[in-house]
Write a protein that binds this ligand. Structure first.
Ligand code: FPP
Length: 243
């Protein structure tokens, strides 16, 4: 057993902003998509490492709402890669007790990818060792906006609930976000040396610990994931209070 698994400070939810695929490929004189192919191996390695460490939720920012503005060929390759990867991984998810969930603006995804997602989510729905969340066509502001829209429509349909708005708290509002029922991330990792949140989990990351590393995503494998967990275990979280 390594240090982190014997520690009580294993984060319940680890979230990763996977960054640096393009640079990884460029450094090798390859097309950007080669970085994405290699990045899938890192998703696999981190999923295994997370299960081994006892993490209950691992989430990855696979495609942001802003990523739709990338060149068409890169977008379509990424979408095909994700559909194929999701289909290919079902057996491994079943073997390891991993439930897969995709969250984001699924209306923008193509039929083939949505079908692959539905199939995998249904197959793995009963697995309980760990939940792997793939944020796809997601952005934090979009999430907060769709939550507000859902709430407004609910009140329009049920005017008698208007009074309850006054006593609504942040936990109640969280139930309208796409992450309803999922604990907020304890640790957010960003690879490739960028020090930004890039419109990711704006609400849910309010008290997350951040771990930034220069390692490019395709090079971020089990040892790097474990190093991030070890760093987290040394942090003292205060949630705005004095200790
Ligand atoms: C960021 O690197 C990476 C992405 C936007 C895509 C990440 C997606 C995958 C690795 C596929 C994962 C698949 C599943 C099923 C979870 P970048 O292209 O922004 O790199 P750069 O900053 O160096 O250009």
């Amino acid at each position: 057993m390594n240090d982190i698994t014997s520690s009580s400070k294993v984060p319940v939810h680890v979230s990763i902003i996977m960054d640096g695929n393009g640079r990884w490929a460029r450094e090798r004189g390859q097309e950007r998509v080669m970085g994405h192919f290699e990045g899938v191996e890192s998703v696999r390695a981190c999923t295994e490492a997370a299960v081994e460490a006892g993490v209950k939720y691992l989430s990855v920012y696979a495609f942001s709402e802003e990523n739709w503005n990338r060149p068409d060929t890169e977008v379509s390759t990424l979408m095909e890669l994700m559909a194929k990867c999701i289909e290919n991984e079902i057996d491994t998810f079943m073997k390891n007790g991993v439930r897969m969930v995709v969250l984001g603006n699924r209306a923008r995804l193509g039929a083939a990818l949505n079908a692959a997602i539905d199939g995998c989510m249904e197959m793995t729905a009963g697995n309980s060792v760990m939940t792997l969340i793939i944020f796809l066509s997601y952005s934090g502001r979009w999430d907060i906006l769709q939550a507000a829209q859902k709430l407004a429509l609910e009140i329009a349909d049920h005017p008698e609930r208007r009074e309850s708005l006054g006593t609504m708290d942040t936990e109640d509002f969280g139930n309208y976000l796409v992450t309803a029922g999922i604990p907020d991330p304890d640790l957010i990792i960003r690879t490739s040396g960028e020090l930004r949140l890039s419109n990711y989990l704006l609400w849910q990351g309010a008290y997350s610990e951040f771990y930034f590393t220069d390692t490019l995503w395709p090079d971020f494998r089990k040892p790097q994931f474990r190093a991030a967990l070890e760093d987290f275990a040394r942090r003292e979280r205060r949630y705005g209070k004095v200790k």
